[in-house]
Design a protein around this ligand. Sequence first.
Ligand SMILES: Nc1nc2c(ncn2[C@@H]2O[C@H](COP(=O)(O)OP(=O)(O)OP(=O)(O)O)[C@@H](O)[C@H]2O)c(=O)[nH]1
Ligand SMILES: [Mg+2]
Ligand SMILES: [Zn+2]
Length: 357
Amino acid sequence: MNNEKWGSLPSIEERTRADAEGLSLGRVIRENRGQYLLASGEDILTAEVTGAFRYKAAQRSDYPAVGDWAAFHAEDGSHAIIDWLFSRKSSFSRKSAGSRTDEQIIAANVDVIFLVFGINGGRNFTEGGLERYLTLAWNSGAVPVVLLNKADLCSEEERASAVLRAETAAPGVAIHLVSAATGEGLKELEAASVPGQTIALAGPSGVGKSTLINAMSGGLNLKTGAQREADLRGRHTTTHRELFRLDSGVMLIDSPGLRELQLWADIDSAGETFSDITTFAENCRFNDCSHQGEPGCAVQEAMVSGELDSRRYESYLEQMKELNYLKMKQDEGAAGLEAKKWKGIAKQIKIYYKDRR
Ligand SMILES: Nc1nc2c(ncn2[C@@H]2O[C@H](COP(=O)(O)OP(=O)(O)OP(=O)(O)O)[C@@H](O)[C@H]2O)c(=O)[nH]1
Ligand SMILES: [Mg+2]
Ligand SMILES: [Zn+2]
């Protein structure tokens, strides 16, 4: 069966294991509250996970996400039961909305992430927002690319200023001015994408993610929704995640605009977002400098000399604070899971000895 058309395959070791277990390989192309669609060669199947899968799943991220490769057996020709998931080569995640310390995977096995913003005013595009998306993207293992959409609504000055702001927030990252409405800039994007590649689109609601997919696909007709007039906020038109395969062989993943972007990342990922600050920090007098008033702090010096603007510095501190807090919560969570595991084992041992008495 030709599965390559659905992206680069998981490792040969894992595929051999699936073969040995008599299971087939498919890619999750749609997820909606525990209901999945799987693509396997020429077949598209509805799918769910086995009871054993559910029993073993300790957290939300253990469940299938769009882009995952799954080992499954078919119930009949059109329904699949997912036995297990192949290891993810990359995953684009955020912290679940609300107070739980839980990873929510937006898309798995992604090669490139288009971070989409609308530059038609409102609060759809801020440097701080881009920096937050960027930290998630660096953490995912995929390559970020910034799309500044709705260029058709902008004057030359507005375009130039949007690009400048994106460049300061995302140094070293490719930035494209595009318009889903007129097609401007899309040829260059197509030229840069490779058949078999998986690209996820992420960004706030109403910035034009679904409209861009429609424009790039030529044939799709995904639902799009106008922004609210008053504040140009999106209306959360897309309600589930889905992968689309274009005739060119490129895969695009659409997802709902994120209302709340809580970070889920290692501290190092913020270091990549703020690579300029990381470089300044190499010259701080103290190795563990927090850049908040220590003597000989090269980051503070860069602000005084004007090489680093205070907006970016504040944004960096905010992310560091959030990620350190997340790390603490994650460690607590891991300790909790470990304790639960040992409690279960102790119970098993007790039962074992009781039976032998
Ligand atoms: N003028 C102009 N309008 C655009 C462009 N791209 C999208 N739009 C409009 O912006 C609105 C929102 O577009 P969507 O594609 O629904 O936005 P989305 O990012 O998918 O939003 P969610 O699904 O809510 O996350 C629609 O009315 C689109 O027609 C563009 O390049 N120029
Ligand atoms: Mg949409
Ligand atoms: Zn310092």
